[in-house]
Design a binder for this molecule. Structure first.
Ligand code: ZN
Ligand code: ZN
Length: 208
């Protein structure tokens, strides 16, 4: 699996380009791009000859979804989000000084769904708490955690659909049960691993 990170926008959102080495099929995970940033990604996709099938949204916040329509139009990629966050895209999200034009996803997913990317796949883990329909995406030895889990922190829960109890439950029951060596690719900030978060994340250390 090829993984390339782009850091985008004022909130420094991590957007990932994930590709299957053998087939060159690819997906974007979160697309908070403005148009100038999106052109860099399109160039990278062209250079590597990738076929981008999907734009997967870890949740509906504009810093993760502002580029959905751009990539759908340019690449014919399908926009995919958890069913509980889909209505928020359509409601025309305006948050944190960012705005997303109302749009509908092409497909919604739910816990346990598998998303094929060539010969590899990503498994949807529903992790409510940051938003109702927040998801993490589990690949081989890696998990993309959106705004649910960060290196040394967790997502905020004071925005619509947020719940502190839920996010702690999601992290504890669905992420901390993954092998310690699983790499964590969060929606903001540096990379980590499940084991490191168990040992050092101040929101989790009193649990473990
Ligand atoms: Zn968010
Ligand atoms: Zn974010």
């Amino acid at each position: 699996m090829i993984i390339k990170r782009f850091i985008t926008g004022l909130l420094e959102t991590n957007c990932y380009l994930v590709a299957c080495q053998e087939t060159l099929n690819a997906t974007l995970i979160d697309a908070g791009f403005n148009e100038a940033e999106a052109i860099t990604v399109i160039r990278e996709i062209g250079k590597k000859n990738l076929k981008v099938k999907y734009v997967l949204n870890t949740h509906w916040h504009p810093d993760h979804t502002a580029g959905n329509e751009y990539f759908r139009e340019k690449l014919g990629a399908l926009v995919i989000i958890h069913e509980d966050d889909a209505p928020m895209l359509n409601a025309g999200a305006s948050l944190l000084g960012l705005k997303v034009k109302p749009h509908r996803p092409d497909k919604t997913v739910t816990d346990g769904d598998l998303i094929e990317i060539g010969k590899t796949c990503l498994k949807v883990i529903h992790t409510p708490g940051h938003t109702r329909g927040s998801i993490c995406l589990l690949g081989k030895g890696v998990v993309f955690t959106g705004d649910t889990l960060f290196a040394g922190s967790i997502g905020r829960t004071d925005l619509p659909g947020g719940s502190f109890e839920e996010i702690i439950g999601s992290i504890r029951n669905k992420l901390m049960t993954l092998p310690d060596e699983t790499l964590v690719y969060p929606g903001h900030g540096p990379f980590s691993s499940i084991g490191k978060e168990k040992r050092t994340n101040p929101f989790l250390t009193d649990i473990y």
